[in-house]
Design a protein around this ligand. Structure first.
Ligand code: BUP
Length: 413
């Protein structure tokens, strides 16, 4: 009977980089005739998330989860809106059992985002529901993540189980500050990992062979449950059916370009470049003589993205590159872009979803990691021949004074 079929509740946290792999996992389970639902914490941070949630098919029903608001005065005013959202969700774990009892569905398991591990695992365990984690970055990054409690963060290199060397310069920048919200959450979550029934990662054995073997032979953190490579997660829907040719300005433009001639340029859904750096990147793309499709982004949260492109890239830029370069500010269907016959390269920040999508589409990556896990992912990109990475480029620490980029270029401190 329907009541005895497995039914899994998936609980993503904030940001497209987290929601997209959850939706892909839900889709993969649902085509295997496993009933799934997604818990959607409201309000979402970005408009892109609410748009994706509202476009899901009826086979992936949504359970709305209103978040108790946080008192902003308890956090530094510059706190990342996505980390604040993780925190609000983490603090709402106790509201899950009452919500589940109202739905009347008895869920056979939960699959939750790693960023909410330390508060949701105990709640799941008290409710007697098996709980697995989905880690939305690489297995290499998970090796660092799960080892954090036992590492000295000031060592020059982290040598993880003798199989993975991560230079200190690749440590996600927020981890340098023990009071940063990201750091306190990560340390808490990392300690709770052994309580999970399993850890799913969107990777595959041929890409991260040694790390996956090391996890499952207990060499990295002996107390961890099985680490299971479930990638590459299937892409959303049927590309050809859902995205007919010419469906958007970007696709119409790509349709007119020669085979494998275009560089796709995007730094993901939550990395904003300062205007001066946008100008420099624009100049570089112009000087390169390459064809390019550039998704330009100047704010972290898409709702705040307003105004004309010309204000960002500079007056006259669009006319100068016309025919050869297209600059857009709105969301593009990245997987459809990467699968287009005209696209040959991807200048990417190396968010993990972007890397997996490039691998799946067979597009070469030019890595320019900007923050978080991205240097660890970029190193893997270079090591496994997925692309290239000029690894002497360092993080640019935030916050910056106005004009920092020009001063750095001119060698002025
Ligand atoms: Br921008 C953009 N279209 O225009 P990552 C992104 N995406 O489809 P991030 C689009 O969002 P985290 C756009 O294909 C990928 O699936 C893209 O995830 C899609 O980077 C996702 O690549 C972005 O992991 O997230 O956004 O920085 O910080 O969680 O890695």
């Amino acid at each position: 009977s329907a009541a005895s079929l497995p039914h899994i509740l998936l609980i993503p946290s904030a940001g497209m980089g987290h929601l997209v792999p959850f939706v892909r996992l839900a889709t993969a389970l649902s085509v295997r005739r496993i009933a799934v639902s997604i818990l959607a914490a409201r309000p979402t941070v970005s408009a892109a998330e609410s748009h994706l949630l509202s476009s899901l098919p009826s086979s992936i029903p949504i359970l709305d989860f209103p978040l108790a608001p946080l008192d902003p005065s308890h956090f530094p005013p510059s706190s990342d809106p996505f980390y604040l959202h993780y925190e609000a969700l983490r603090r709402s774990a106790h509201l899950l059992p009452p919500l589940l009892s109202v739905t009347g569905t008895s869920f056979s398991a939960l699959i939750i985002d790693v960023s909410i591990t330390s508060t949701f695992l105990p709640v799941a365990s008290a409710a007697n529901i098996p709980c697995l984690l989905l880690f939305t970055s690489s297995a290499s990054m998970f090796a660092l993540y799960s080892s954090i409690p036992s590492l000295s963060l000031s060592s020059p290199d982290f040598n993880i189980a003798g199989i993975l060397k991560i230079p200190n310069s690749s440590l996600p920048p927020p981890l340098r500050d023990p009071t940063n919200l990201f750091t306190t959450q990560l340390v808490d979550n990392s300690r709770a990992l052994p309580l999970a029934q399993g850890i799913l990662i969107n990777t595959f054995p041929a890409l991260e062979t040694e790390v996956l073997i090391a996890f499952n032979s207990g060499q990295i953190v002996p107390s961890l449950p099985p680490v299971i490579a479930v990638g590459p997660l299937p892409l959303l829907g049927n590309l050809a059916e859902n995205h007919p040719p010419g469906a958007s300005q970007a696709m119409r433009w790509l349709d007119e370009q020669p085979e494998r001639s275009v560089m796709y340029v995007s730094f993901g859904s939550r990395t904003a470049l300062p205007t001066e750096q946008i100008r420099e990147l624009g100049a570089g793309l112009e000087m390169s003589g390459c064809r390019f499709l550039w998704v330009v982004k100047s704010t972290k949260v898409d709702r705040e993205e307003t105004g004309e492109i010309e204000e960002l890239v500079g007056k006259g830029y669009l006319a100068r590159v016309e025919g050869r370069g297209l600059v857009v500010r709105e969301w593009v269907e990245q997987m459809v872009v990467l699968s287009h016959r005209a696209v040959a390269g991807f200048l990417s920040h190396c968010g993990w979803n972007s890397v997996m999508e490039a691998v799946a589409a067979g597009v070469t990556v030019l890595a320019w990691p900007r923050t978080a896990d991205q240097r660890v992912n970029a190193a893997l990109v270079a090591r496994r021949g997925v692309g290239i990475w000029p690894d002497h480029w360092v993080w640019e620490a935030e916050p910056r004074r106005k004009g920092w980029w020009r001063r750095r270029r001119l060698g002025i401190r």
